[in-house]
Design a protein. Sequence first.
Lengths: 335, 335
Amino acid sequence: MLITENNMQKVLYNLFVKYKFTSEKAHLLANVFTESTLAGISSHGINRVPLFIGYIEKGIIRIDSEAEQVASFGSIERWDGNLGPGIVNATKCTNRAIELAKQHGMGMVALRNTNHWMRGGTYGLQAANANCISILFTNTKPNMPPWGGKDSRIGNNPFVVSIPRKKGHVVLDMAISQFSFGKINDYRLKGEKLPYHGGWDNNNELSNDPDKILSKERGLPIGYWKGSALSIVLDMLATLLSAGNSTAKISANDLETGISQVYICIYPEVFTDEGLQQKLIEEIIDYTHNVESINPGDQVYYPGERSSQTRAKHLKEGVAVNESIWKKIILLSEK
Amino acid sequence: MLITENNMQKVLYNLFVKYKFTSEKAHLLANVFTESTLAGISSHGINRVPLFIGYIEKGIIRIDSEAEQVASFGSIERWDGNLGPGIVNATKCTNRAIELAKQHGMGMVALRNTNHWMRGGTYGLQAANANCISILFTNTKPNMPPWGGKDSRIGNNPFVVSIPRKKGHVVLDMAISQFSFGKINDYRLKGEKLPYHGGWDNNNELSNDPDKILSKERGLPIGYWKGSALSIVLDMLATLLSAGNSTAKISANDLETGISQVYICIYPEVFTDEGLQQKLIEEIIDYTHNVESINPGDQVYYPGERSSQTRAKHLKEGVAVNESIWKKIILLSEK
């Protein structure tokens, strides 16, 4: 079924108010879940809302908690999320990193004890809208084996880089896994194989068969041993800088909570006027865009280009939402 | 042939002095090339020395030039490398980023117009030895197609993350390509296929055949579309922050020069005492190390573990050096 942006915002806002969020927070949550859905990331948008409510009902997400600063030195700060909603904490910490960047050229907030931030690109866009570059990452529960190992002991630790751009911000928003389990499940439902290896089967062989991978969740890091190492160092940075939980500690809980994140923002305008900035970015986009494509008719995209096109389309036409998910949400708001 | 660390340092020092480097710079260069060789990275160590000398003879690397600051704001600075030797510039900029980190908690130097830094991990170790975390990256000439494109338009942009650790620093030092062309050539010489896809063949198909990949240098980014996007944003950050050359601009020269780099250092001790830091890192290493391995007898490594083991072995036993490379170097120093 097609849902308009306006309708989704309204339904979600009412749902969150019903669950005792302040009007301000309900508005923020409704907006972030809606925007992620419009951008085509339903897995961390509308489809995730029932799970989010479930976490609130279980007391894993504390609706009244907010991130607060626990240490500060120059351009860097450490915050504690007090197990509040990941979206609220992430928005606050991104704002603070932007402020620090505008004051010091670059700023960092390391956040511990927070919950899933949903779509990481949300905060990359937030920074870019404030004319800041951002480098953001989070740890997660274990869902991939370290290279050479049998069991999942490293997280897919989403990593975000954003760059402000007049003609549409550049946003890289990627998990360190080659495919998310959500995506692997999509292939399963379509009865298709993955185009490349996506995880390990029960014989400890790399596989592109969704059924075989999903029987035991052991995802494949991008670049095999390289992504494995990248996941480990991102976990170390987030854990060390926030003095928070590592993937090892997070694994002790059945449900993922109390995770650690890093928000770095840089304010390039202190060095470079906006005109030169835009010229330098367009030079890179033109060069990579103007390459002949391998499959005639295909196009090469810059990071974030497709999600912004998807958003524009959905804003105009409404966005297709899974009917049973939508019904569940309506039911929750009427409960 | 086996060369001792001492002998390599001495021969290289004399070579660089002969090529008119100051005693201080000759010592630094000899040390970095030797250390990279000891760590097992001969491709950016001893094997690279003749090429480095060739660049000097062609005037591409200017031996008297040094990086100098061109802009500064709070915790971030922009430097110009003036086309000096990459190792000298990188060492200086890492030192400056360490100083900024100790002053502001975190610091950044963006460097333009520099030359190849050889082994990126060198500067990760330098930061870790000063008790700093580092995040470092460089752009390069184009050597991979952007995802979906035919021609190489993006760089393999090496990316380094280091974390200080009492029992051996953690150092991730990875190019964004799945395999370097040097490594692909090693497989070719051994008459072996790559274990995974490493680039594109002449039919625009992904291939693990070294001959087919090397006929037209089009490498594969880690994680396919993900590494492609990561390469693009790293190039944007380095270019934008230094106001330097992008991979697009670098491609205009036949030989790679005038590249752009970013040095970010963080000084975690302003928040966390050393004891807690080490405890948090060991927790992550223990968890990932203690995983059962897929192939009995194999071991899972933390990033940087193997190169430090290799270094210890080579320090004790000497390091095997290709005879024709060594002869070439001896000849250059006697010329």
